[in-house]
Design a protein around this ligand. Sequence first.
Ligand SMILES: [Cu+2]
Length: 154
Amino acid sequence: MNLNKKSKWVNTALLLVLSLPGYARAKTEDFSFGHPGLAAKVGRTVKINALDNMRFSPDKLRVRAGETVRFIVTNKGQLVHEFILGDRKEQAEHEQEMKRMGGMAMPDEANGVTLRPGQTKTLIWTFGKPGEVEFACHQPGHYLAGMVGIIQVK
Ligand SMILES: [Cu+2]
């Protein structure tokens, strides 16, 4: 490979990385409760099911501050569900945003995914300081119906 070809390849690879939605979001938004994690840093994988009875299973989790967790989330129901990581403030903002948007399915973000019935998605997150982080669904009425889980960060 000559130098010119090589630098073209590097540019293409760089463009690909920069255009990943998680990366773009991570660069433009700071989260108080951690940041998107790297696959190489994953210390634990947790499987979570989203259910039509407006619950996640499991809905309680303990992690260490600084721990990187791979969440494998499956929608076991017939309805669309979300898995959004965030502190109380972030959840309140997302709830308002969904109300404004009329409950449409939102594109995936650095801290959350939308799941069609039967769909499975993965999200890697590195937790920040000790405290409480929620994972929640903001499809219309779901959060208020209790579709939220609690992560204790120690
Ligand atoms: Cu839901």
